[in-house]
Design a protein around this ligand. Sequence first.
Ligand code: VG1
Ligand code: CO
Length: 542
Amino acid sequence: MFKTVATTPFDDQKPGTSGLRKKVPVFQQPNYAENFIQSVFDSLEGFKGKTLVIGGDGRYYNREVVQTAIKMAAAIGFGRVLVGKGGILSTPAASNVIRKYKAFGGLVLSASHNPGGPTEDFGIKYNISNGGPAPEKITEAIFARSKTITQYVIAEAPDADIDTIGTQKLGDMDIEIIDPVADYAALMEELFDFDAIRALIKSGFTFRFDSMHAVTGPYGKEILEHRLGAPEGTCVNFVPLPDFGGHHPDPNLVYAKDLYDLLMSPDGPDFGAASDGDGDRNLIIGKGIFITPSDSLAMLAANAHLAPGYKAGLKGIARSMPTSGAADRVAEKLGIGMYETPTGWKFFGNLLDADMATICGEESAGTGSNHVREKDGLWAVLLWLNILAVRRISVQEIASEHWAIYGRNYYSRHDYEGVDTAAANTLMEDLRGRLPALPGTSVQGLTIATADDFAYHDPVDKSVSKNQGIRVLFEGGSRVVFRLSGTGTTGATIRVYVERYEPDPKRHDLETQGALADLIRAAEDLAGIKAHTGRDKPSVIT
Ligand code: VG1
Ligand code: CO
């Protein structure tokens, strides 16, 4: 019942920041998904008879690749696959299932916040037994294997019934179809004070959770409306669609503008949140105030002890390098460790496993903790709700109080999307070449203190990851960071991260772009974005 199929390598199967992401038609080429999945299996050892978790965000082509993965897992010798019903598992839910059922690993099918549909994006990511994304050592092995692969093995069998909960057999392998929401919801009930949140809602507190027609729809409905008693209508866009209704399922101020506008209107709700395609990102907006993800990380860390799951306090905080330094000040005050990692959740795994960090975050709307090994959108929403339920003050008040204590890190990211790849590479190369000469010079009246290309030395496994983003630090603590995205599928995306620290409470209510204007000009002067790319403004500002 198993067959061996001869194949030839594709040269473009290098996993990026978070797995392999390509346009659907690329994945639909004969053997393309099979080659990558076989390359994953060929890079692993000791999985015979063990469990593999399979699930995805429900985007176009999800069901087809779920079937392929099941048949290949059977052929290669896994003993059991756990598959989310309908092929659905949010990324954090998949991480939880891997951990809870002590699986060997998991295949998470998603292109996250990228659009979906027949001509849009699809992706495959492998997660290891701790529930987290495979570290670089494994992704490099997968890429190396994909370049030499000559065959793959697959079961010749009808498709499994992935829409009925229960167990089926494929050869010796068990296929267990599980409820995608139940285990995750149970974990959230352990971490958070559902009674307190219920009481908050009963008291008249109103909020909206926007799933952007992506995977958190059923999770939000079950947890927020059914278990916490939020009125129907709290969850919007909660029916997952294979093309996300034609939108970018990216919870930022551009793609979740409706939510933002609602929260800025005087008769809007008290709190608004959204999540992305695969459910690992979060957008947090209070009435009249957007909380940047970097600030959200800092505010959650400062208040996390108010939730039952974190009442013992935090061991440490970790953030990606481009994320603002707001959380660093919280760590300093709490007297706990602070770790700065490259972009991408895979770098947090070791710190979480070693119990050096409890909460982690990225400026790209990713926050999470040691409860799983992925960032977790709904978790962040629930932690905010738990804090609001205990403190009974507004989001605005939490933010103002936080800035008064710690100072404010004004922060913004400017993305130049779909730029010519060669031009983007030249821009980075040019800038890299000029780094040694920058310290001591001035740009837009700002004196450069240091300039480097970030390299990470993992304190746990001692691995080194180089070229993780160019950072230019100015005297006084402001900085600009430049890096190329590793998740896009069309051309290159240049990300420019801009940050200014403002200790003076009298200057905590400035408009963000204005507060950063000289740094934004400095970034242009330093990198020559217009000269290299022809773009005179970013395509997305977050
Ligand atoms: C982006 C974000 C990064 C995040 C990654 C995956 O990567 O910047 O912080 O971890 O997406 O998130 P890049 O390389 O494009 O900057 V998700 O929600 O797309 O899995
Ligand atoms: Co995501």
